[in-house]
Write a protein that binds this ligand. Structure first.
Ligand code: AMP
Ligand code: MG
Length: 394
C-alpha cells in the first residue's frame, strides 16, 4: 500500500498554481493576491483633522480660556488653503486639510462652538487631533504582499491606494460529481434500496471553505458511459474535478472503469483508514486534475482534508502541505489496523481529545458531531487512555 505522505507528494507534484488574472477589486474577494501592491502616495496624503473643531496655533491657546476670531471654515474636500495668521483660528471638520500655520486642532467639545468668535476653554498640545501625512503608509510602501487572501479589509486598502483592478490567482473552479445507482436527491422520496446523496453537497461545501468555488454536478448512476459523458460536459468549466464513489474493488465501479483506460489517472490503495481506495490524475485536453475519492461519506471527507485541500491551496499559490496538527491527550483507548494510518473522528476540547463511539466510514452523523481527527500512526495498533496523540482540528 502507498503511504499517505507519498500520495500527497504525488498530488502536489502535479497540481500547478492557476494563472494570475486581472480583476476588478470588487471581484477579488476570496482570491489570492498575485502581485505586491504599493501605494503611489502617502496615506493620509496630507495632514488633516482627526476631529471637528478649530485649527489653531498651539501657542495662541496656551493661556486658555481665550477668545479668538474665527476667519472661516475648512471642510473635508477643501483644496487650496490660505495660511492661518497668528491669533486667528478656523473651524475645521474631520478629514479637512490642516491650514498652513496651524499646528493643532481643538475639538469643538473644548469650546463654546462660536462661528465669528470662539471661546477655547483648554490648551492643546502641538499636533493635537492632527493626522499626519504618511502616518499609515509612506509613498511607495508595499501595503499588501503577493500570496495574501483578499478579504474585505484588503479590498478596502486596494481602493485606499487608488487601485481599481488587481492581479489575483482566481479561486479554482471545482466540479464535484457523485456516482452511485443507489443515490437519490435529498428532497425527493426515498425508494427501496436507496439513500440520499450527501457527498457532493459536503464536498462542494468543503471546496468553498477551502477558498475555491465548488459546483455540484449532482450524481450519476453506475454506468461508466454516463459518468464519462457528464465528466466531459463538466470539464469546460473546471480547474479541478472531485468524484465520489465507484473506485473500490466491487463490480459496477464506473469511475475506475471509465478512467482506467485513459492511462492518466492512477488508482491505488493508500495505507489509511478510512479512505483506502484513492485515485488521482489528470483528464481532458487541459489536463485538469481529478481526485477520485471513495464513496463512503467519512472516507470521502477525510480524503478531502488530507489530499484535496492541500492541492487547492497549491492551485491558489499558497504554501501547501499536510494538514496542521496539534497535540492532545486521548480520553479513551483507541485501536487502529496495523500498517494503516488511522484518522479517528473525535471531539477536541482544550488539550484533551475524545474519540466518538461510532467510527464506521459510513457513519456521517458521527462525523458531523466531531470537530477533529485523531491521527494514529501506521505502526500503532492501539493506544491507551492518556496517550499523547496528534490531532487535526477540523
Ligand atoms: P462506493 O465507493 O461507490 O463503493 O460507495 C461506498 C459506500 O458509500 C456505499 O455504501 C455507497 O452507498 C456510499 N455512497 C457512495 N456515494 C455516496 C454519496 N454521494 N452520498 C452518500 N453515500 C454515498
Ligand atoms: Mg458506488
Amino acid at each position: 500500500m502507498k503511504p499517505v505522505d507519498r500520495h500527497l507528494a504525488d498530488i502536489l507534484a502535479t497540481v500547478r498554481p492557476l494563472a494570475p488574472l486581472e480583476v476588478e477589486i470588487e471581484a477579488a474577494l476570496g482570491a489570492v493576491l498575485a502581485e505586491d501592491v504599493a501605494s503611489p502616495v502617502p496615506l493620509p496624503p496630507f495632514d488633516n483633522s482627526a476631529m471637528d473643531g478649530y485649527a489653531v496655533r498651539a501657542e495662541d491657546v496656551a493661556a486658555a480660556p481665550v477668545m479668538l476670531p474665527v476667519i472661516g471654515d475648512v471642510a473635508a474636500g477643501d483644496g487650496g488653503l490660505n495660511a492661518l495668521g497668528p491669533g486667528l483660528v478656523t473651524r475645521i471638520m474631520t478629514g479637512a486639510p490642516v491650514p498652513t500655520g496651524a499646528d493643532a486642532v481643538v475639538p469643538v467639545e473644548w469650546t463654546d462652538g462660536g462661528t465669528a468668535r470662539v471661546r477655547i476653554d483648554r490648551p492643546a498640545q502641538p499636533g493635537n487631533a492632527i493626522r499626519r501625512a504618511g502616518e499609515d503608509v509612506r509613498a511607495g510602501d508595499v501595503v499588501l504582499r503577493e500570496g495574501v487572501r483578499i478579504g474585505p479589509a484588503q479590498i478596502g486598502i486596494l481602493a485606499g491606494v487608488g487601485r481599481r483592478r488587481v492581479l489575483v490567482r482566481p479561486r479554482p473552479r471545482v466540479v464535484v460529481l457523485s456516482t452511485g445507482a443507489e443515490l437519490s436527491e435529498p428532497g425527493t422520496p426515498l425508494g427501496a434500496g436507496r439513500i440520499w446523496e450527501s457527498n457532493s453537497f459536503m464536498l462542494a461545501a468543503a471546496v468553498r471553505e477551502a477558498g475555491a468555488q465548488g459546483f455540484r454536478a449532482g450524481s450519476v448512476t453506475d454506468d461508466p458511459k454516463e459518468f464519462m459523458d457528464t465528466l466531459d460536459a463538466q470539464l469546460v468549466r473546471a480547474d479541478a474535478v472531485i468524484t465520489s464513489g465507484g473506485v473500490s474493488m466491487g463490480a459496477y465501479e464506473p469511475v475506475k472503469e471509465a478512467l482506467s483506460p485513459l492511462g492518466t489517472v492512477t488508482f491505488e490503495k493508500v495505507a489509511m483508514q478510512p479512505g483506502m481506495p484513492q485515485g488521482f490524475g489528470v483528464v481532458g485536453p487541459d489536463r485538469v486534475p481529478i481526485f477520485t475519492l471513495p464513496g463512503n461519506p467519512v472516507s470521502s471527507f477525510v480524503s478531502f482534508v488530507l489530499f484535496v485541500k492541500p492541492a487547492l491551496r497549491a492551485m491558489q499559490g499558497l504554501p501547501a502541505g499536510p494538514p496542521a496538527t496539534v497535540r492532545a491527550t486521548v480520553t479513551a483507548p483507541v485501536r487502529s489496523p496495523a500498517g494503516k494510518r488511522s484518522y479517528l473522528r473525535a471531539v477536541l476540547t482544550g488539550e484533551s481529545v475524545a474519540p466518538v463511539t461510532r467510527q464506521g466510514s459510513h457513519q456521517l452523523a458521527a462525523l458531523a458531531g466531531a470537530n477533529a481527527l485523531i491521527v494514529v500512526p501506521e505502526d500503532e495498533t492501539s493506544l491507551p487512555e492518556g496517550a499523547e496523540v496528534e490531532v487535526i482540528p477540523l
